[in-house]
Design a protein around this ligand. Structure first.
Ligand SMILES: [Zn+2]
Ligand SMILES: [Zn+2]
Length: 241
């Protein structure tokens, strides 16, 4: 390897020079590893949405969705950054298996945006949705943990790890109905030290919001453990059409 190739490789490692998704050198901004063409493929979740669960609605006005009227969730509000599709899906894969300076730089770039669809106001602590250690084996990192640590940094709110814990291994949720997903998760989470959450307003962070079964169960357990309020933020959301 010539000296210049070596320097280029080192440069790529420390300060990403190419788009993480297509390898293009024309970046949107500084060392943020994303090109304009790939940036355009990310679909933001924007109003009209249900103010409670954050699900996108058709029409022009935001209003409570049918599910939140019929079966109100145990959290005060949920918001997501992107639709769970295409490169947003690829990015979560990168967080799980190929965390590096590039993925962190890109995540911080998105979190820095003025239009991040939730505010840190009234939040006391940031908590990731946990996985069991067995669930993590062979599956790389828990992306919720990394997301929560960057959100905590961005909003200058303390991160509480290992106090909301997953105590039961659960089968994959894929292909299950909403009801099956919920019963699947019964008794799966617990609060280790109740005083940690007493009267606190918690921002619960996960990678993807699918039916909301996981964050509903975590919010229920956090509230039983003394939390005053729970808001939810996820990087992506499955959009039902
Ligand atoms: Zn690209
Ligand atoms: Zn709703």
């Amino acid at each position: 390897m010539s000296r210049s190739t070596l320097l280029a490789a080192i440069g790529d490692f420390f300060l990403p020079q190419r788009c993480l998704f297509c390898g293009d050198f024309g970046l949107l901004e500084g060392h943020v590893p994303l090109c304009a063409a790939c940036a355009q493929t990310f679909t933001r979740v924007t109003p009209p949405i249900c103010p409670r669960c954050g699900t996108p609605l058709s029409g022009t006005n935001s209003h409570l969705c049918g599910e939140c009227i019929k079966d109100p969730p145990p959290f005060e509000g949920a918001r997501s950054l992107f639709a769970f599709e295409g490169k947003a899906r690829d990015f979560i894969y990168l967080l799980k298996f190929h965390q590096n300076l590039g993925t962190l730089t890109l995540l911080d770039f998105w979190l820095r945006g003025e239009d991040v669809p939730f505010s840190a106001e009234g939040i006391d602590v940031v908590v990731p949705v946990p996985q069991t250690s067995k669930g993590l084996r062979g599956r790389g990192y828990n992306p919720a943990q990394l997301l929560a640590s960057r959100v905590s940094k961005r909003f200058k709110k303390p991160l509480i790890r290992n106090h909301l814990v997953k105590i039961k291994e659960t089968p994959p949720q894929i292909g299950l109905t909403k009801g099956q997903r919920r019963s699947n998760l019964k008794g799966a989470f617990a609060v280790r030290d109740k005083d940690r959450f007493r009267v606190k307003s918690v921002l619960l962070v996960d990678d993807v919001y699918t039916t909301g079964a996981t964050v509903r169960e975590c919010a229920r357990v956090l509230k039983r453990g003394g939390a005053r309020a729970v808001k939810v933020w996820t990087f992506a959301r499955t959009i039902l059409t």
